[in-house]
Design a protein around this ligand. Structure first.
Ligand SMILES: Nc1nc2c(c(=O)[nH]1)N[C@H]1C(S)=C(S)[C@@H](COP(=O)(O)OP(=O)(O)OC[C@H]3O[C@@H](n4cnc5c(=O)[nH]c(N)nc54)[C@H](O)[C@@H]3O)O[C@H]1N2
Ligand SMILES: Nc1nc2c(c(=O)[nH]1)N[C@H]1C(S)=C(S)[C@@H](COP(=O)(O)OP(=O)(O)OC[C@H]3O[C@@H](n4cnc5c(=O)[nH]c(N)nc54)[C@H](O)[C@@H]3O)O[C@H]1N2
Ligand code: SF4
Ligand SMILES: [Mo]
Length: 910
């Protein structure tokens, strides 16, 4: 057995991992005790990385290039040479005929810095287009613009250690407990060490993060600016601002002072829907603590005024002098593992290498000199939303998509689908063949992924860590930078560029990184003192790390000098504005979207592992009980959720976490897991004027009861080590659903169970003919002579079940599905069928006597502890400590601790 140090490929916390591997197979993963982000800890997602890399998930991977030369054809396998020559010919022809801006690249904050760098150089340096944008546009671009407008550079000034030094932690628009769990563990530790520390959480929802707060401001969605302006109003009124800091280190305060005069706590209370006294208390804690640290994420960024959401919060730090000291500062939490690295290499349509601006002629000249090209194009490229609109209009004809799944993750998913269908040529460079976007690829290029590839990433606190390969990539998959460089060389030659080989000379990722390093010389993120060798010898390092320095900088702006023309930070006079699409009589519910604890975005990786569905098993609309009652809805009923752009059908869950008039949908479910265009069928493409980040957090919707169609359930248990893995069965079921029940009005395709996963399809369809039923049966291997069958033609009910040995292995129910819950549990647990065999096809909501009751949601994924058992334990008077001693729940990764605490104090199960 061998071990390789690397970095977790999920969130921007950037935890260090140690990969255990044996004979080319990843066998385990554990937290790296020496990594300064996590000191050995991992969350539910990080600690299951090895399971998502197991050989039985390989069926989901892209293994060799696949090409189709006519839209009507299916893709077929091609060699790398055929694939890249074809791509070269298509791109060269389009560029020659329509100019460089007729092609575009849409890439990802999950690429490594080296991958990112070469994509940027390919577009801006070789082809001559700035049409290279990334999913960071959906994620961090408002944070970038917010920092630049105020502090002058895109640099988070704080670090994780500041959590230990702060007296007031102000979390806004971030569900840290779910989305940055290891940061949340550090917050729990800091509060234990300093019980006087105040935690304020601003979030319209009562998340597990909000639940932990000393003060939760459940503001109405989209009203942050009114809140922060009112907090500043209070600080001014009470004399809590730091006039000396303002005078010495900032400019523009007078204009802001004038603006906030109108934002009395009473006025803001009216806009935000929270008590004025809470606003006053928040202002007091924020301003008068010794050191205030704020942490924020998509609740601020994903807004049509995201830049000013950020700026308004940073204003508070500048006004109260909470910046540039231990425990103080505005700390934007990065979403993806390398959104920071992407920003560093200028991988956005308006940026250039090393935090340079495309709009700045001197910056363009510097980059041209660095690259040895005559110039880099001046016209800004198209940002994500604009890019896909241009693809639909035909202005952009070919798009190269890498390491992101826009058909699932972009707003207004129907528009994205139209754009991808209309494009002349779509290349998808992907690790998994199962994504929604891969379905549109004319050319699918298999990429290596976590555990297989090497390079660097930068986390939220500006810390650069090595990513290292432990095993070889499967099939013919290649590293992203290699694919890009190979294509760049071919394209350069095809376009007759004699400098092609000099532009792309790299032998390995280190050579790329060294060139990137040189581009940072004398910039704010200068890393000229760092090398792969230093990272090897001394571990992860923060930037800047200047030539000759002994280390990186822990925190920025300690001297009060800012990277602006005047050296002063700038206040921005921000005003409250309504969301792009306010609720109306026709669309009365304010919908927001966000993360689940155990899933990652479109689920290409987390969706291969059954246990990661155990916390929330299917697409659910979380809505307040009052709104359910008003619509005569019961928990678990199907609802049609519609917006101005589209609709989805999902089950509804009663939730205390949202107020009446609001609702929440997890962002993870795409057309693969729920049919239609997935949840982004609903969302708004409107974007912020500066950051161009779309308003994914605010959509006005209608919610109506939905009861059409016949109910369908199909279940298949997959034994460990079975020939066909769960991924194969899932693909088969999806295919049967799409081909035989194309008019299904609702569907949910997920996994359940743990070691023997159960593929779970739930659907509704208007008509379910014999052929469709037979197709479903084949997909779950129920076309077996030994299967039990039941048919009631008059009531249109048809059921079938198969027992293998004494284990229920497959079930299909049409027309009546009352027993689906306990049948699924029986399969997932492998409970012997025994006497229950007689009841398998009966309309029983509860399992027959002697069978286990339904288990429901699993709270602790590490030790497989169900909510039902936790609630029962607390109800019987057991303490959290004794429950933990008995079941070990929450004692490994700790991701479920906030939820355990909530349940322990009598909080509602969700
Ligand atoms: N488990 C998990 N973790 C992840 C990811 C994942 O897919 N799964 N993805 C990673 C990525 S790329 C990102 S960007 C981060 C995102 O991390 P977060 O931003 O923390 O996660 P979200 O759930 O998208 O949104 C955060 C909160 O914003 C709140 N919110 C909505 N509207 C408003 C508003 O108007 N004002 C305020 N103040 N709050 C509002 C929502 O209710 C939600 O609780 O997570 C990262 N971590
Ligand atoms: N409604 C709604 N929509 C949202 C959000 C929201 O809050 N609400 N959040 C937005 C945010 S913040 C983000 S960051 C985006 C994320 O949206 P996406 O970027 O679409 O999310 P992922 O599913 O992580 O896509 C990454 C893809 O890269 C593939 N991949 C993994 N490793 C590699 C590799 O090494 N190389 C290559 N080439 N491919 C690889 C994965 O299989 C996966 O398909 O979603 C956005 N969309
Ligand atoms: S907090 Fe979890 S998902 Fe994020 S980097 Fe750490 S282990 Fe990975
Ligand atoms: Mo993100």
């Amino acid at each position: 057995m061998a071990e390789t140090k690397s970095t977790c490929c999920y969130c921007g916390v950037g935890c260090g991992v140690i990969i255990e591997h044996d004979a080319g197979v990843i066998t385990g993963v554990r937290g790296d005790p020496s990594h300064p982000a996590n000191f050995g800890r991992l969350c539910t997602k990080g600690s299951t990385l090895h399971l998502t890399a197991a050989p039985n998930t390989r069926a989901a991977r892209a293994l060799y290039p696949e090409l189709r030369t006519a839209r009507t054809e299916k893709r077929s396998r091609a060699s790398w040479d055929e694939a890249l020559d074809h791509a070269t010919a298509r791109f060269a022809a389009i560029i020659r005929e329509h100019g460089p801006d007729a092609v575009a690249f849409y890439i990802s904050g999950q690429l490594l810095t080296e991958d990112y760098y070469v994509f940027n150089k390919l577009a801006k340096g070789l082809i001559g287009t700035n049409n290279v944008d990334t999913n960071s546009r959906l994620c961090m671009s408002s944070a970038v613009a917010g920092y630049k407008q105020t502090l002058g550079a895109d640099a988070p000034p704080a670090c994780y250690e500041d959590i230990d030094h702060t007296d007031c932690l102000f979390i806004s628009g971030s569900n840290t407990a779910f989305a940055h769990p290891i940061v949340f563990r550090r917050i729990e530790d800091a509060r234990k060490a300093n019980p006087a520390m105040k935690l304020i959480v601003v979030d319209p929802r009562r998340t597990d993060t909000a639940e932990a707060a000393d003060l939760h401001l459940a503001i109405l969605p989209g009203t942050d600016i009114a809140l922060y302006n009112a907090m500043l109003h209070v600080m001014l009124w009470e004399g809590w601002v730091d006039e000396a800091y303002i005078a010495a280190h900032t400019e523009g305060f007078d204009a802001l002072r004038k603006v906030v005069r109108a934002y009395t706590p009473q006025m803001a209370a009216g806009i935000c829907g929270v008590p004025a006294a809470d606003i006053e208390r928040a202002a007091q804690w924020f301003a008068t603590s010794k050191a205030t640290l704020s942490m924020y994420c998509q609740g601020l960024n994903q807004s049509s005024h995201g830049t000013h959401n950020n700026a308004a919060l940073i204003n508070l730090h500048l006004a109260s002098g909470h910046l540039g000291r231990p425990g103080a500062g505005p700390f934007s939490l990065t979403g993806q593992p390398n959104a920071m690295g992407g920003r560093e290499v200028g991988g956005l349509a308006n940026l250039l290498s090393a935090h340079r601006d495309l709009a700045n002629p001197q910056h363009r000249a510097e980059v041209a000199t660095l690259w040895g090209v005559p110039d880099v194009p001046a016209a800004p490229g198209k940002s994500a939303v604009e890019l896909f609109h241009a693809l639909e209009s035909g202005e952009i004809k070919a798009v190269w998509i890498a390491c992101t799944n826009p058909a699932q993750s972009m707003p207004d998913a129907a528009q994205i689908a139209r754009a991808l269908a209309k494009a002349e040529f779509v290349v998808v460079q992907e690790a998994y063949a199962t994504t929604e976007t891969a379905a549109y690829a004319d050319l699918l290029l298999p990429a290596s992924t976590w555990g297989e590839k090497g390079g660097t990433v930068t986390n939220s606190e500006r810390r650069i860590s090595r990513v290292r390969p432990a095993v070889a990539a499967p099939g013919e998959a290649r590293h992203d930078w290699e694919i890009t460089v190979d294509f760049a060389r071919r394209l350069g030659h095809a376009l007759g560029n004699s400098r092609t080989d000099a532009l792309f000379p790299y032998a390995d990722e280190e050579a790329i990184w060294n060139e990137h390093r040189e581009s940072t010389r004398d910039r704010d993120l200068d890393i000229t003192g760092l090398s792969y060798a230093t990272l090897e010898a001394e571990g992860p390092q923060q930037w800047p790390f200047r030539s000759g320095a002994s280390g990186g900088k822990t925190r920025l702006y300690e001297d009060g000098l800012f990277p602006t023309e005047t050296g002063r930070a700038k206040f921005v006079a921000t005003e409250h504005l309504p969301v792009a699409e306010p609720v109306s009589a026709k669309y009365p519910i304010a919908l927001t979207t966000g993360r689940l604890r155990d899933q990652w975005h479109g689920m290409s990786r987390t969706g291969t592992l059954a246990r990661l569905f155990a916390h929330e098993a299917e697409p659910l609309l979380h809505m307040n009980r009052a709104d359910l009652d008003r619509r005569s809805l019961a928990e678990g009923d199907l609802v049609r959720v519609s917006s101005r752009r589209g609709a989805v059908t999902v089950k509804v869950a009663a939730s205390d976490s949202v107020r009446p008039g609001q609702a929440f949908l997890p962002m993870h479910w795409g057309s693969n897991s729920m049919g239609g265009h997935g949840i982004n069928a609903l969302t708004v493409p409107a974007f912020d004027p500066w950051s161009k980040q779309p308003e994914l957090k605010h959509t006005a919707v209608q919610v109506e009861k939905f009861a059409e169609g016949r109910e369908i359930v199909a279940l298949r248990r997959v034994e460990p080590g079975a020939d066909d893995s769960a991924m194969v069965v899932m693909a088969r079921v999806r295919e049967a659903l799409h081909s035989s029940l194309p008019d299904a009005s609702y569907s949910s395709l997920t996994l359940a169970g743990r070691d023997a996963p159960v593929v779970v399809l739930k659907a509704r369809a208007p008509a379910t003919g014999d052929a469709a039923i037979a197709a479903l049966d084949r997909a779950v291997a129920l076309d077996d002579a030994h299967a039990l069958s039941y048919r009631d033609a008059r009531r249109d009910i048809a059921k079938r079940a198969l027992i293998d040995g004494d284990t229920l292995s497959a079930v299909r129910l049409v027309g009546e599905t009352k027993a689906a819950g306990w049948l699924q549990d029986m399969m997932a647990q492998g409970t012997p069928a025994g006497e229950a065999r007689k009841w398998l096809l009966a309309p029983l909501t509860q399992p027959p006597a002697g069978q286990q009751q339904q288990r429901g949601k699993v709270v602790c994924n590490c030790f497989d502890v169900a909510e039902r058992d936790i609630v029962a334990a607390f109800a019987s008077g057991e303490t959290l400590e004794s429950l933990q001693a008995r079941t070990r729940c929450g004692t490994n990764c700790g991701s479920c601790v906030p939820e355990l605490k909530r349940l322990c104090t009598g909080g509602q199960p969700t």
